[in-house]
Design a protein around this ligand. Structure first.
Ligand code: 4AD
Ligand code: MG
Length: 463
């Protein structure tokens, strides 16, 4: 018999249907004459209740000893559920235990485990309700993102992971080296000091696909990237990962306002898509993790974000008369405490801050006419802070060269990037959405390590 996914059985199987399901036992209730088990296959939050009775040939020998965590294949007939809260259940007529799980050593028992504990068993945590829900939402977000861009004629381009350039200029680079003698050369090989370079040149794991995305946009007009990026972050916070995913659309002939409008429509689309596709999971987050999750989604879908300039933001923060840890001074970057204050205390919604001081932003951002600020935008979310960073790009060769020099970057190193300004330059703009920060914002999960299947931390690098 063909296997039925549990989500389909719960939605569309009817009493008297014969079906086969496969999954993992979540709970077992042993009564005198029979047992109830709940089986989950990850296709949805709810588990399917299955009745095992003494007429099953392996009841005494195998099924009585069945435990949480075991994998099973069950043929059965769908019956109307007598219990509350579920429409149907399955009365088993054959149960095969594919793999047992010793209750003495299986770490996931029927109780709430802390997220800290679950991080120590990253290979088993996808089998919990919370992580199942996170990964289904993550999947739906990915689909929403591709759908949004594909429907608008944006092309998905694949940018390199290994690169010689530091897009953000923040120096948070992971160096790439090779152990293969054919592809390495040893530099600095004085007395015992070896740096093994990739094909003889210093290269790094990419911090952003933007510069390559600009190349592609200057030929294909509207493109986006969606891939992993790496930052050797010093900060051990609940919002930073060393390996995270980023979505970076880049649009030729766009200015800052058009860029902001696109970002806002984009976020609205993702929230709409995910609340439609994963309502059960979103309700779960609202009930168990953060009771503002559904209201936030509704707010994003129905309301405009607040748009203010950096200069206005500084004035508002100064006026707030709050003792922040970091100073509020024009010319210094906003810290996450400031970002959160703007979103949570002043506006109570997404806030888009534009026109930051040139000195604190990357070289590629377009200089405004005031010669002091750049056409940048950050989108700030309650409880998280920055989720999107973007800008109109500097398309004027002479000004870009000056900006590079003022940031102590040798223009020759970015000769190809400058070529884009030499040959057929055009206004263009783009932004980067931190995928995990989006998932955090959407689900209310408080630690970024709990919204990516395999967070890279010193404790978690084996798989
Ligand atoms: O603001 P950032 O550094 O911007 C860029 O990388 C640009 N090249 C984007 C562009 O214009 N194409 O990073 C963009 C977003 C941030 O807003 C944040 O959401 C996320 O990436 N991000 C991180 N997420 C998790 N862990 C980290 N260490 C992150 N660093 C940035
Ligand atoms: Mg940023």
């Amino acid at each position: 018999m063909v296997n039925t996914r549990i989500v389909e059985s719960l939605c569309s199987s009817q009493p008297d249907d014969s079906i086969t399901i496969q999954g993992w036992v979540r709970t077992k209730r042993q009564l005198k004459e029979f047992a109830f088990i709940e089986v989950n296959d990850g296709s949805c939050l709810t588990s399917l209740q299955v009745i095992l009775d003494t007429s099953l040939s392996n009841y005494e020998e195998v099924l009585k000893k069945l435990n949480t965590g075991a994998s099973v294949k069950i043929d059965g007939v769908v019956v109307t559920s007598q219990g509350k809260g579920q429409r149907i259940e399955l009365k088993a007529y054959s149960v095969k235990v594919l793999g047992g799980a010793d209750p003495q050593t299986y770490p996931l028992q029927k109780k709430r485990h802390s997220f800290e504990f679950l991080r120590t068993i990253g290979h088993l945590r996808p089998r919990t309700n919370s992580f199942g829900a996170v990964f289904r939402v993550r999947n739906a977000c990915s689909m929403a993102i591709h759908q949004f861009f594909q429907e608008r004629g944006f092309m998905w381009v694949h940018t390199p992971i290994i690169t010689a350039s530091d897009c953000e200029g923040a120096g948070e680079l992971f160096h790439v080296s090779s152990l293969n003698p054919k592809t390495i050369s040893c530099v600095n090989s004085q007395a015992g000091e070896y740096t093994q370079e990739f094909f003889g040149r210093p290269t790094y794991l990419t911090v952003s696909g933007q510069l390559e995305a600009e190349i592609m946009a200057m030929a294909l007009t509207n493109i986006y990237t969606f891939g992993p990026t790496f930052r050797a972050e010093k900060s051990n916070t609940s919002r930073h990962l060393a390996e995270f995913w980023m979505i970076e659309p880049e649009m030729a002939f766009y200015n800052l306002q058009e860029n902001i409008d696109l970002a806002e429509t984009f976020l609205r689309h993702i929230f709409q898509y995910v609340t439609n596709k994963c309502l059960e999971d979103m309700e779960f987050f609202n009930k168990r993790i953060d009771n503002t999750v559904l209201a936030t989604a509704e707010n994003i879908i129905n309301n405009q974000s607040e748009r203010i300039s950096y200069t206005e933001a500084i004035k508002l923060l100064e006026k707030a008369n709050v003792k922040f840890e970091y100073p509020v001074v024009w010319g210094l970057d906003l810290q996450s405490e400031h970002e959160r204050y703007l979103c949570e205390q002043i506006f109570k919604k997404l806030v888009i801050v534009t026109d930051y001081p040139a000195e604190i932003k990357a070289f590629y951002m377009r200089l405004n006419d005031d010669n002091k600020t750049v056409a940048a935008m950050d989108i700030l979310a309650p409880k998280i802070g920055e989720i999107i960073g973007g800008s109109q790009r500097e398309e004027r060769l002479d000004i870009l060269e000056k900006r590079l020099i003022s940031q102590e970057i040798q223009p020759e190193k970015l000769w190809w990037y400058l070529d884009l300004r030499r040959f057929g330059t055009a206004p263009h703009a783009g932004f980067g959405l931190g995928f995990e920060r989006l998932i955090q914002f959407m689900t209310g999960m408080s630690n970024i390590r709990d919204v990516i299947p395999f967070p890279r931390t010193p404790e978690n690098v084996e798989f």
